[in-house]
Design a protein around this ligand. Structure first.
Ligand code: NAD
Length: 694
């Protein structure tokens, strides 16, 4: 552990003490920092020559939060609450000088100071709710006093960040400095001005805890926060608990509010949701690391991007790159498809401008970076080409042969295939070392997940480049191996198959969807099918009418786009269970000689999720995912698996692997080999191991 005096230094400039925190990379509130800070404040207060104190940070940011790895463990004293109490209780005025991001404990520390000056770029936020917690060092009590109830709720519950001028307007900072270089001097100047007012020391010490001017009831703000929580944070307990803490700021004395916040923090920290969200947080960080590919692997420069295909995915992927500042050239087989693709992109940007998400000029700049062409020759300058053409090996081979002819040496050649074998695609080229999968999810400009598919012969620097590129696109990348459907779709296929069986055995599609939505997923398998379209890969000429989907398509019920699929849809796309579907289900069960029975919600949940867990274990066994936590990252970011359940692998661990194995064995006896338990899962269950370990 670093010694306190290395992390915190105390200098004096005339009658101003300057306390500098230096705990790279982000000045997290480690034990050494906490101890050093209390000591420095005590010493400055004891020094008769000091009249005011400036608190600032070295490096790229003010304290950006607590050390997340300390959550869930006992903390060494002094705790952050002790530190905050010492700072606020200081007998001489303390001025926080903030640059970078003052998040969580960092913002709470700044609020404990008596005055705040910040750079115009400085950002303030309390992201604890995203980790299933509430702020733990007075944030829920001081922010309402400093900025009012509405602002406090938007920051604490909705995760809003207050940046520069907005922070000043909200009352969070007293003054803005001109910039980072001069922040220290300007903060000292600010302190000198305070002292020049020639007031007694107690008048210069402004303690947020004693402020009441902004503590006015605001029912509308509470309503808005609850509406946000219900919509965006469904199933999570922390938002409502945070709201209760903010309410306490209004109707209880400061110390009581603080005590409630403390107790709430401790309870949530020990609870299952925060544990799961912390797992998800670390899992995402870990996913960026690919074994055997260190930081020393040189990256290939990616400046220009080519895309093949301007369909649903091609257009979305193009926007993902345009949004991140890349020039993009799309090549199509058909003029008409090219026009349609460009139209989609233009319409999307026009929509973003209309909603005020981006400025007109920004939309124009993005469109200005887009070129379209019918000739592969126009991809000669691209450093990366992403293929998003039709999903057949024939088409993929033709495209990759063409790319092999025109692409410059060293260019990355990526396929967005959903299921096809990347090694077979690579074999169509003379440079399989440059070929990999970049599996985007629809809509590709929005969905965070990117499966980076590493082929048998993909070069390490190609993988490293793709992983780094994902960061520039603000995507969450997970490196996976070649397998049918890779990680995400491979597990999804198991769930869809079970859902269909459950429906024939006795449930209705809306029963299955209801159970999975109640579990926390954004939609169930049949709602998902209706959204994607039931006719993917279907045609009237070749339809055998064997599956429910095929029969629905034959009735021209192709999903939301035809206002009918498994569900009926009204003008606003609101779904209602369809009697037509019900009739089809019953008829099909009769044909197959299935005696329908009541299927419980519990069985629906187990039979949808346990086989997915088993498939995840099989993926791990085959080495197609690097670690179990990567599978959780895939499902949280690509399929909306509730992060507060930690992802399917973590959820399985918490449910208990022996429970899952026993249930799968039971279902295997009744329903056959779809429930076979992979060896890895059985062994972990016996040994008390975990699937989600990082
Ligand atoms: P799409 O049918 O909407 O678009 C494919 C486009 O590729 C068409 O515009 C077509 O004209 C063009 N094209 C076909 N052959 C071409 C060629 N030789 N050269 C240039 N252009 C050609 O299909 P999509 O949904 O965008 O899917 C594209 C790929 O992405 C498929 O491999 C699919 O499996 C995969 N994918 C799809 C999704 C999804 O949700 N739709 C998600 C992930 C991956």
């Amino acid at each position: 552990m670093t010694a306190a005096d290395e992390v915190v230094t105390l200098d004096r400039k005339g009658d101003i003490a300057v306390v500098t925190l230096d705990n790279p990379p982000v000045n997290a509130t480690s034990a050494a920092l906490r101890a050093g800070l209390v000591d420095a404040i005590d010493r400055a207060c004891a020094d008769a020559q000091v009249r005011a104190i400036v608190l600032l940070c070295a490096g790229r940011t003010f304290v950006a939060g607590a050390d997340v790895s300390e959550f869930g463990k006992p903390r060494a004293e002094p705790t952050l609450q002790d530190v905050v109490a010492t700072v606020e209780g200081a007998s001489k005025p303390v001025v926080a000088a903030v640059h970078g991001t003052a998040l969580g404990g960092g913002f709470e520390l700044a609020m404990a100071c008596h005055h705040r000056i910040a750079t115009p770029e400085a950002a303030f936020g309390l992201p604890e709710v995203s980790l299933g917690l509430v702020p733990g060092a007075g944030g829920t009590q001081r922010l309402p006093r400093l900025a009012g109830i509405a602002t406090a709720l938007s920051v604490i519950v909705e995760g809003r960040r207050l940046v520069g001028e907005a922070a000043r307007e909200a009352g969070v900072v007293d003054a803005l400095a001109t910039g980072e270089e001069s922040l220290r001097e300007e903060a000292i100047g600010f302190a000198r001005e305070l002292l020049a007012r020639d007031l007694p020391p107690e008048r210069l010490v402004r303690r947020v805890r004693d402020e009441t001017a902004k503590l006015a009831p605001d029912p509308a703000a509470f309503e808005a926060a609850r509406a946000h929580a219900a919509k965006r944070l469904r199933g999570q307990v922390a938002p409502e608990r945070a709201i209760a803490c903010v309410a306490a700021a209004l109707d209880r004395p400061f110390e009581e509010g603080l005590a409630l916040e403390r107790a709430t923090f401790r309870e949530l920290e020990a609870g299952p949701q925060s544990k799961a969200l912390r797992h998800a947080f670390f899992a995402e960080r870990e996913a960026a690391k690919v074994p055997g590919i260190g930081k020393d692997v040189p990256l290939r420069p990616i400046a220009r991007v080519g895309i093949v295909g301007a369909g649903t995915m091609g257009a979305g992927i193009a926007m993902a790159f345009l949004d991140a500042g890349f020039p993009v050239t799309i090549v199509e087989a058909k003029e008409e498809a090219l026009g349609r693709g460009r139209g989609t992109i233009e319409k999307t940007y026009a929509g973003s401008v209309a909603k005020g998400r981006i400025a007109r000029g920004e939309a124009d700049a993005r469109l200005g970076r887009l070129a379209t062409s019918l000739s592969y020759d126009d991809l000669a300058a691209a450093d990366l080409v992403v293929e998003a053409a039709f999903e057949t090996m024939e088409v993929k081979h033709a495209v990759f042969q063409a790319l092999d002819r025109v692409a410059k040496p060293g260019a990355l050649l990526a396929t967005n295939t959903s299921y096809l074998d990347v090694d077979v695609i690579a074999a169509a080229t003379s440079r399989p070392q440059d070929v990999l999968g970049l599996h985007f999810f629809s809509p590709a400009n929005i969905m965070k997940l990117l499966e980076v598919v590493r082929g048998e012969r993909t070069a390490p620097d190609a993988v490293a480049t793709a992983m780094a590129l994902a960061k520039r696109l603000r995507k969450v990348a997970v490196c996976v191996g070649v397998a049918h459907g890779f990680v995400g779709n491979r597990m999804l296929a198991r769930r869809q198959a079970e859902a269909t069986r459950l429906v024939l055995e006795g449930a209705m599609p809306w029963d299955v969807d209801r159970v999975l939505v109640a579990f926390g997923l954004p939609m169930g398998p049949f709602q998902m099918s209706d959204l994607a379209g039931l006719d993917l890969g279907w045609s009237r000429e070749t339809s055998k009418g064997e599956t429910l989907k095929e029969r629905l398509c034959e009735l021209d019920r192709r999903g939301q786009k035809t206002k009918a699929g498994f569900y009926d849809y009204d003008e606003t796309r609101r779904p209602t269970p369809s009697p037509v579907t019900e009739e089809l289900v019953l008829a099909m069960a009769r044909e197959k000689g299935i005696a329908r029975r009541a299927v419980s919600d519990e069985e629906i949940l187990e039979r949808c999720l346990y086989p997915m867990v088993a498939e995840g274990a099989r993926i791990l066994e085959e080495g197609k995912a690097v670690r179990g936590s990567d599978i959780d990252v895939v499902w949280i970011n690509g399929y909306g698996f509730p992060a507060w359940r930690g992802g399917p692998m973590f959820w399985a661990d918490e449910t208990g692997l022996p429970t899952i194995v026993a249930a799968l064995d039971r279902y295997a006896a009744a329903h056959g080999e779809a429930y076979t338990v992979p060896d890895l899962l059985r062994r972990l269950a016996q040994e008390g191991g975990r699937l989600s370990d990082r």
